[in-house]
Write a protein that binds this ligand. Structure first.
Ligand code: ADP
Ligand code: MG
Ligand code: MG
Length: 922
């Protein structure tokens, strides 16, 4: 028996069901499910995604037996409907709809009213007694068939339509008469023939076959490919094709079509939400050609249909236990459901919906936690407009997708993409958007349209992307040709700044200032729930007390990485740092010279000894001055660092704080531009030449692999000494004030056991001195960053001395791949495009390679020290996928930037729900 290629649905029962999305696509599977639930769905059949797969694998040929199966299902449909394709008495019309397993709204095209030809139109008029409707259906069919199947651009048809509307001075399509529509159909056929060089096909079977081909072909159109790329949709077989009996929302004023959500997808509010258009066909609502009416008004217009709609939307939400995005059509007062799917939502709505539904008992807490994409929370952690900021509002549109966006005005997707590449913030302003604009929408901060409603393309896509969008702002007059828009007598040109408030729909001039987000309400509740389930601790990477405080508010349980060098860059410090650097290496050279001279002196004959003695005296004298300036520079820095640490300890009262000693190569602190060097020279009372000599002496061919990290600690011990002194003194001072401190001193770029043991002994020595002087005891730890492959491989040896490990996965990735962190932009994008790399390894930890080193490191480390505390402090610590891995391999914590803390809390909870047993036992 050949495999089953087609699944029928209709008359209260279906061969498919909701769990067959992979095979039937989302649309087909849910049409089947709705049919089985007894909801009125026009009957039809679904050609499986396997056929699409086979079609592409077999050089665009269909599997054997498919044609017969289509024939068989078609007759079943005709029998059920009591109508026949192309019949002059009672014609069957169908829609041909695409639909893959993952929802890709607007990506692939639908053809409606298929089956119309000169015979069928007669039949349709007879059957409905509605000539106007019949011709309206026909002209729509030719447009869609021409556009979707044959690639005749829509505007050719629209121009003809507009011509007629102008001629008869009507505003809307619905005002055109049957006679006019009939003429329009004739003109459409002419333009169709002109563009395709063939006549419009009359045979409905040919129409159907061509439409099916087009749906399968659309799976690989550039828009669909781009969409899958943007949303990382992989592993699908292809699209299914749904052939379904038509129902008509354009049969008069007792007919309508609409789109609705069981709850508000923008705010999450439990209120029926949606829009409809009287006397229209489905695509009119989404295309935003006429501005639709809010769903609540349907109750007045068609009370019966409305109450049925409410009944079915409740059934659907209860059945799927999630918000449903529903398409419906009312034909002469009879309601039909045409699609249901899980509604896309904003982050704000996602959180509210999950918390509400768990409280209602529709889902449990675990489901609530699992349902939210942690990455999406990013939206909630972005700033909003400062309510105190002055707003120069020039227009108000529909609040289609929340957010606060500021940027330069552009009028096309290409400009948006181009400017965004140059790190410019842009706002895409369009009359309406279409799937071609996806890339540009993605690149923009926000989207502003003049037409369309809350379910227009712009609105739906923006919400899906988490982008701010103001739609249907009719008072704007967009002029693409002159690249400007007019509003309230003002002209805003391309490149000027505007701001959009996606929650209020306001369009404002200039850049409006923003404020930091807060964790409260449902968001806070969800976080508390997440905390109940997660095993991983969440720390933050924070260098300043402000960051530390912010992170703590967002739930951080400690600092996983405090980079001391960032403190060096403060305005009043950098001079001391530079003074320190400029004097320090001199000491080294001079000391070397002294020891050389002393050796020579020891073995020298008398006459030479005199010369050497003289020389030695001079060098020693020379040494004295710089030494003074070196140690005085360090002395200047000490109290500043101490104060920083005090503030951070205070902000993190009761929580651990990991402080990394100086990491970057020293040349990073010196100016590279001559202009700046001159300034420094003046300040430091040195000559430009002296500065430049120092800069070139510190110059390294490969600074990433050079004199940095603990290597500085070995060669300039005074710097680390000063830092340790500052840390322990700060800890003592704070402890005295009743603050609980847990400093964890971290040595970077360790690659050998001896490196660590030498430096660690020194840390203990300094700490002991300070504690003795202060007559206090501080609980502190000394550990290391594991960021070199060698360190991971000898982690057991390092763990003999180190009390904790923190995986510095930025450097570890760099060193494992041999990719320079700073230069990946030049080839990684192409690697991703060509599928050589699946993900950017600097964003998502490469589990296969770098991750293996991390696992080895943990395993070896804990083999020596079973309670070794292990965390991650690279950029990856805030990446949900990596967090899941960290959970799996038994880390104790992840550390990420303050604004990613809530994301990490949720991701950690999801990881432990998926993988309840973690190896983290300490
Ligand atoms: P999309 O995935 O782009 O939403 P759809 O296949 O859902 O594409 O269809 C586009 C529009 O056509 C929708 O508004 C839908 O409700 C309408 N439509 C599809 N099939 C039918 C049908 N059999 N009868 C009436 N309207 C239909
Ligand atoms: Mg649809
Ligand atoms: Mg590093």
């Amino acid at each position: 028996m050949s495999p089953k290629y087609i699944y029928f649905f209709g008359n209260g029962s279906a061969e498919g069901s909701a769990d067959m999305k992979h095979l039937l696509g989302g649309k087909g599977a849910n049409l089947a499910e709705m049919t089985n639930l007894g909801i009125p769905v026009p009957p039809g059949f679904t050609i499986t995604t396997e056929v699409c797969d086979a079609y592409y694998k077999k050089n665009q040929q269909y599997p054997e037996g498919l044609a017969e199966e289509i024939e068989r299902n078609l007759s079943q449909l005709e029998k059920l409907m009591g109508a026949k394709l192309g019949d002059a008495e009672n014609p069957l019309l169908v829609s041909v709809r695409s639909g893959a397993a993952a929802s890709m709204p607007g990506m692939m095209d639908t053809v409606l009213n298929l089956g119309l030809n000169p015979d069928a139109i007669k039949g349709l008029m007879k059957k409905t007694g509605n000539e106007r409707f019949a011709w309206d259906a026909y002209r729509r069919f030719i447009t869609m068939f021409g556009d979707v199947v044959m690639g005749v651009e829509r505007h050719h048809f629209e121009e003809i339509l507009d011509k007629y509307k102008k001629k008869t001075r009507v505003k809307s399509d619905t005002e055109l008469t049957a006679e006019q529509l009939k003429n329009i159909v004739e003109e459409f056929k002419v333009i169709y023939k002109k563009k395709t060089r063939e006549s419009f096909p009359h045979d409905p079977k040919v129409q159907l076959q061509k439409a099916i081909n087009a749906v399968f072909a659309s799976w690989n159109n550039p828009r669909a490919i781009k969409y899958r790329q943007l949303y990382d949709i992989k592993g699908l077989l292809g699209t299914a094709v749904n052939v379904q009996a038509m129902v008509f929302g354009n049969m008069g004023n007792d007919s309508a079509t609409g789109v609705c959500f069981t709850r508000n997808p923008s705010t999450g509010e439990n209120k029926f939400y949606g829009e409809f258009l009287i006397n229209a066909q489905g695509e009119d609502v989404v295309a935003g050609i006429r501005t639709p009416e809010p769903i609540a008004d349907l109750e007045k217009e068609m009370p019966d249909a409305y109450s049925q709609l409410v009944k079915y939307k409740n059934i659907l939400e209860n059945h799927f236990k999630d918000v449903q995005d529903i398409e419906f059509t009312i034909q002469e007062s009879r309601l039909f459901m045409l699609q249901t799917r899980t509604g896309k939502r904003t982050a704000r709505a996602a959180v509210k919906l999950a918390v509400d539904m768990a409280r209602e008992g529709l889902i449990d807490k675990k489901t609530a936690i699992s349902r939210i994409d942690p990455g999406q929370l990013d939206q909630l952690l972005h700033p909003t407009f400062d309510p105190k900021a002055k707003r120069e509002i020039v227009a108000v549109g529909l609040p289609a997708s929340p957010g606060a966006a500021t940027g330069r005005v552009v009028f096309c997707a290409e400009d948006a993409e181009r400017l965004a590449e140059k790190n410019e913030k842009v706002i895409l302003v369009r009359k309406e958007t279409s799937p071609e604009d996806i890339g540009g929408m993605h690149a923009s901060q926000g989207i502003l349209t003049t037409r369309g409603g809350m379910t227009s393309h712009a609105a739906v896509v923006a919400r899906g992307m988490g982008k701010c969008c103001v739609a249907g702002c009719g008072s704007l007059n967009v002029d693409y040709k002159n690249q400007n828009f007019k509003v309230n007598g003002r002209v805003i040109k391309k490149g000027e700044y505007i701001s959009l408030d996606g929650s209020s729909g306001e369009v404002m001039l200039g850049q409006v200032s923003t404020i930091e987000p807060k964790l409260s309400g449902d968001f806070a509740t969800l976080m508390e729930w997440a905390d109940e389930y997660r095993k991983l601790k969440i720390r933050t990477n924070a260098d300043t007390p402000e960051d530390a405080r912010k992170a703590r508010e967002l739930g951080a349980e400690g600092i996983g990485l405090c980079r001391t060098e960032h403190m060096f860059f403060g305005e009043n410090r950098i001079d001391s740092v530079r003074q320190m650097i400029l004097s320090a290496p001199d000491v080294k050279n001079l000391k070397a010279k002294i020891s050389f001279l002393e050796k020579e002196l020891a073995k020298a004959a008398n006459d030479k000894a005199d010369v050497l003695k003289k020389e030695l005296m001079l060098v020693k004298k020379e040494l004295k001055e710089p030494l003074v300036s070196y140690s005085s520079a360090l002395k200047n820095l000490l109290p500043m660092q101490r104060r920083d640490f005090e503030q951070i300890f205070k902000a993190m009262d009761g929580l651990p704080v990991t402080i990394r000693l100086l990491d970057p190569p020293l040349h990073e602190f010196l100016p590279q531009e001559e202009y700046n060097q001159k300034e420094i020279a003046k300040k430091m009372k040195l000559s430009l030449k002296e500065i430049q000599e120092k800069v070139s002496a510190l110059h390294e061919l490969n600074p990433m692999l050079g004199h940095r990290g603990c290597r500085l600690g070995v060669t300039y011990p005074e710097i680390y000494d000063m830092q340790v002194q500052a840390i322990i003194e700060a800890a003592c001072n704070m402890k005295k004030k009743g603050i609980t401190v847990y400093p964890e001193i971290m040595l970077p770029i360790i690659s050998t056991e001896q490196e660590f043991s030498v430096l660690k002994d020194n840390v203990h020595k300094i700490a002991k001195d300070v504690m003795q002087k202060k007559n206090m005891q501080i609980e502190y730890m000394v550990g290391t960053m594991i960021e070199l492959p060698r360190a991971a491989l000898i982690a057991d040896k390092i763990a003999k001395h180190a009390e904790f490990f923190s995986f510095g996965t930025n450097d570890l990735t760099q060193m494992t791949f041999g990719f320079s962190r700073d230069d990946v932009g030049s080839f990684v994008p192409e690697y991703l495009e060509k599928g050589i790399l699946e993900k950017d390894p600097f964003q998502v930890l490469d589990q296969e390679g770098t991750g293996q080193l991390v696992e080895i490191g943990i395993h070896k480390g804990r083999s020596i020290r079973s309670n070794l505390k292990v965390g991650i402090c690279g950029e990856h610590g805030g990446n949900p996928q990596t967090i899941s891995f960290c959970h799996k391999i038994g880390m104790n914590y992840v550390s990420c930037s303050p604004f990613r803390v809530p994301i990490a809390r949720l991701a950690a909870a999801q990881a432990s729900l998926q993988q309840p047993v973690s190896r983290a036992t300490v």
